[in-house]
Design a protein around this ligand. Sequence first.
Ligand SMILES: C[S@@+](CC[C@H](N)C(=O)[O-])C[C@H]1O[C@@H](n2cnc3c(N)ncnc32)[C@H](O)[C@@H]1O
Length: 390
Amino acid sequence: MTQENNQTDEFLAALDQSLVGGSFVKLTLGQYTGPEEGLKQIIIRHVVVKREDKLSFTYRYKTRDIVKNYGPGEAFDRIATALEGDFKVGTLFTTEFDLSTQTMKRTKPTHKDAPSTSHDRDKVRTIEAKKTSWLYDLKITDANGTVFKTAQDKFRQINKYVEILSPLLKNTDTERTLRIADMGSGKGYLTFALYDYLTKTLGLKAEVTGVEYRTDMVALCNEIAIHSDFDGLKFVEGGIAEYEAGPLDMLIALHACDTATDDAIAKGIAANAEWIVVAPCCHKQIRREIEGHKAQNDLGFLLKHGIFVERQAEMVTDGLRSLILEYCGYSTKVFEFISDAHTPKNVMITATKNPKAKLHDPEILEKIHAAKAYFGIKTHHLEKMLEIPA
Ligand SMILES: C[S@@+](CC[C@H](N)C(=O)[O-])C[C@H]1O[C@@H](n2cnc3c(N)ncnc32)[C@H](O)[C@@H]1O
């Protein structure tokens, strides 16, 4: 038996003991060197599905996660194969010790408590309708915590939103205070939901500021924040473009109209925000450019129909936003936020600062220029805000 086999056996024995003794927290397999494109890490947790013990493998790729559950036998085989193959490091986390295959020394545990094994453990705990005073104050629920029929879509949207933000935020160090600005916060549904989730569910410290034009909404939201004892949540009156953000961890702008989304993104980039999350609203600025210049391209036949102009404007506006964010050193994802049965404003862009990205990459700039030329766009508002060479 080789030394590598011995080491794997010892590691698996420690895993087995921790599972039997109930001290198992998670196991990670990292430093992947194999052929599978984009695969970065596997995170393994213990779950109980239909009363059967399983190990749940989250295959973490660059842009997505895939989860697969295996019975213990198959799971142990897979871990052994991974450690003797393409994963250079395995780390076992238990409530008694951490153990890395790099040293095979038991060190002080990172985690104090073993997590629940419910299959839904990883499902984000959604905002509780009951006993949540801000939901009542915002007229989403009645005094008993029952969601009004007319507010069902909003409530679904609130929960979906928390579910989307959760993977970005849940590994935040609890000692750190997250600074977040929500631009165009409106009646604050999503701002309250985020603050509630961060502080109550994740136990994090957060300073969240909603920025909003409308005096009445700012006053209402500040009142509800006080009533909810949300000390780190406040709303300020003013325009997005004029707001002095200071350094931020996260910038959010949900359904901020037309170029207000660009103003918000530009603020996020200037504030060096680690995450920028926007759900754009109308796309008038680029629609005007497309309609005004009538570029001679292969898609010209679509411009005859208003609905296609609208959709083209939406895709081109947000596609360029995504490229511009990448030019500024972010990795981006664009996806459907909630089903379009609930609202047509359902596209979300999430941008995460990527330290490995080449800042101001001329190749991306070229793509931006080519896309603009193709669609007959002289200026994209975001590009102007960031003073990107036209
Ligand atoms: C459609 S609402 C969305 C509210 C909230 N973000 C949500 O998704 O529930 C857009 C809000 O953004 C505000 N708004 C739009 N442009 C703005 C700007 N440039 N500065 C400040 N507020 C703005 C509007 O007054 C409105 O309340």
